[in-house]
Design a protein around this ligand. Structure first.
Ligand SMILES: N[C@@H](CCC(=O)N[C@@H](CS)C(=O)NCC(=O)O)C(=O)O
Length: 203
């Protein structure tokens, strides 16, 4: 499999999951500004020009983070990154969906250099509310996916990294912050951070 990615982007989530599942994969960096990669025009791989994009050994190409994550979890269901049956599966997907939509997409304007300061404040305040909701959920479960590490935990790790990079005020979200510290200790997260940092240094 090939994971088309950009360092520190949301593609770090499937990167962590690939490491967690110990699946064989190659990382292919994409320049999101001009939509190019080592093979030329990235839009020929994913016409939306977005990462993550997963190219399977069959040549099939999957896009949309939550779909890629569910596909990967399904390759090794015994790893327990997503419940395979029952209502628990749907509760885990609820959390994942909240992270990929309500949280992720409210960060997008903060990456836009033409966003005026008033707009930035509005999105930061929205995000603070969303992280506070996540913090509340972590009162009753150690992981945002439930009793054990799951897909949503890898997603939350990347979103919390963005909160710190973009100055979203989440210092009161103590459980979110300790979740982040705990995630940093996972070998899969350590490996993904290290290799993305190496790619970033090369760019
Ligand atoms: N709907 C997509 C959104 C992915 C996304 O927003 N990716 C960002 C990087 S974090 C990206 O590729 N941005 C460049 C662009 O949208 O042109 C998904 O869930 O995978």
């Amino acid at each position: 499999m090939k994971l088309y990615f950009s360092p520190n982007a949301c593609s770090m989530v499937p990167h962590i999951v690939l490491e967690e599942l110990a699946l064989p994969f190659t990382l292919v960096p994409v320049n999101l500004k001009d939509k190019t990669y080592s093979g030329g025009d990235f839009r020929k791989i994913n016409s939306k020009g977005q990462v993550p994009t997963l190219e399977l050994d069959s040549g099939d190409v999957l896009t949309e983070n939550s779909i890629i994550l569910q596909y990967l979890a399904g390759l090794k269901p015994e790893a327990g990154l997503l419940a395979t049956t029952g209502i628990e599966r749907f509760h885990q997907l609820e959390r994942l969906n909240f992270l990929t939509t309500d949280i992720h997409k409210n960060f997008t304007p903060l990456f836009n250099p033409s966003m005026p300061a008033e707009g930035t404040k509005i999105f930061k305040d929205i995000l603070k509310t969303k992280f506070t909701w996540i913090d509340e959920q972590l009162k009753s479960s150690e992981y945002i996916s439930g009793k054990t590490f799951g897909l949503a935990d890898a997603y939350l790790f990347v979103m919390t990294s963005w909160a710190s990079a973009k100055g979203v005020e989440i210092s009161a979200c103590e459980r979110v912050l300790s979740h982040h510290e705990k995630m940093k200790q996972r070998p899969s997260v350590e490996k993904a951070l290290k290799s993305e940092k190496e790619f970033k240094q090369k760019v």
